[in-house]
Design a protein around this ligand. Sequence first.
Ligand code: AMP
Length: 174
Amino acid sequence: MKKADMLSRVIRDVPDFPKKGIIFKDITTLLQDAASFKTAIDVLYQHYKKEKIDSVVCVEARGFILGAALAYKLNAGLVLVRKKGKLPYKIYSITYALEYGTDTLQIHKDAVKKNSRVLIVDDVLATGGTIAAVSRLLKKCKANICGVAFLIELTFLNGRKKLKGYPVTSIIKY
Ligand code: AMP
């Protein structure tokens, strides 16, 4: 069986969470299975091992889990993008539109060096709004975005459109 199919089997679909009509892709069932967690990180590692990535950039909270393991394997630094008010030092901020209202993401100004090679990692590509905002933060840092990686892509939401110009990879597509 293909690795993507094996991983897909251990992701739990939770209907109507967090609200009616959404099928939530619950990756806790993948993470708690040692072989599946290892496979997920290894597949991503194989994809980027030759890219000379300086930093893996991820968003709280589930992005941190995949990002940390992948950064360790790639021998790269780990950069945290956080919700408003969590980072203690000098920051860049981006406010972006959600279905209802807005959200703000922040990064430390000195988190990545100018022209450094960064890889963005997250668990799910849905509408792409979150990672498009992360890419704008990284532009402010003048980083070189070498890739955007997701464990899961919800292709019917066309999130890739919002990430045009960046090489996007996803392991499992729905
Ligand atoms: P988006 O900005 O729409 O691409 O969504 C970004 C974040 O929302 C992802 O990092 C996921 O953690 C979460 N998310 C969106 N849709 C789902 C879903 N169906 N199942 C699980 N997580 C989701």
